[in-house]
Design a protein around this ligand. Structure first.
Ligand code: SRS
Ligand code: CA
Ligand code: ZN
Ligand code: ZN
Length: 170
């Protein structure tokens, strides 16, 4: 694994994102809100901000799809892989795709906690790899978490700051 100083990362201080498709399982405003919440979990630790765009080509495209959906990683139906995301870069770089064949939930009802999965995927979109710490958001397998006190682990914060530096408190 490359030392963090030359792993792919976003150079611009304001990274743009656009949500191009939604899931039937949740209201659109809920998806918008949870994506913003997941992005903010990371951005509050680093000197980088996210700006939502509703037109044009953003850095990070976010969407839901099932099965084959135009890249080399078709989804696999209910269960199995829940989502995937690409490391920082042009084109597909940074994009996060969620498997529409899952039952997505907002952390209260049954189903996959969208906030937890979105935070994991956007960690990949920022350039993070998997962690062997089961408390880490970047652990390779989904663990049901109550979204009330869902937060980054100390290791997650250390990893993202190693890549982007700390956000100065001033
Ligand atoms: C960490 C996630 C948010 C994102 C990752 C995908 S990624 C690319 N973004 N790292 C993910 O989906 N991991 C699978 C891994 C996985 C677990 N199993 C599998 C059975 C088949 C295929 C994959 C899996 C066993 C059965 C449980 C299946 C449901 C839960 N699935 C997972 O945890
Ligand atoms: Ca799946
Ligand atoms: Zn995809
Ligand atoms: Zn992952």
């Amino acid at each position: 694994d490359l030392p963090s100083r030359n792993r792919p990362k976003w150079i611009s201080k304001a990274v743009t994102y656009r949500i191009i498709s939604y899931t039937r399982d949740l209201p659109r405003v809920t998806v918008d809100h949870l994506v913003a919440k997941a992005l903010n979990m990371w951005s509050k630790e680093i000197p980088l901000s996210f700006r939502r765009v509703v037109l044009g080509i953003p850095d990070i495209v976010i969407g839901f799809a099932r099965g084959a959906h135009g890249d080399f990683y078709p989804f696999d139906g209910p269960g199995g892989t829940l989502a995937h995301a690409y490391e920082p870069g042009p084109g597909l770089g940074g994009d996060a795709h969620f498997d529409e064949d899952e039952r997505w939930a907002d952390g209260r009802g049954l189903g996959i906690n969208f906030l937890a999965v979105a935070t994991h995927e956007l960690g990949h979109s920022l350039g993070l790899r998997h962690s062997s710490d089961p408390d880490s958001v970047m652990y390779p397998t989904y663990g049901a978490r109550d979204s009330e006190n869902f937060k980054l682990s100390p290791g997650d914060i250390r990893e993202i700051q190693e890549l982007y530096g700390k956000r100065s408190k001033s």
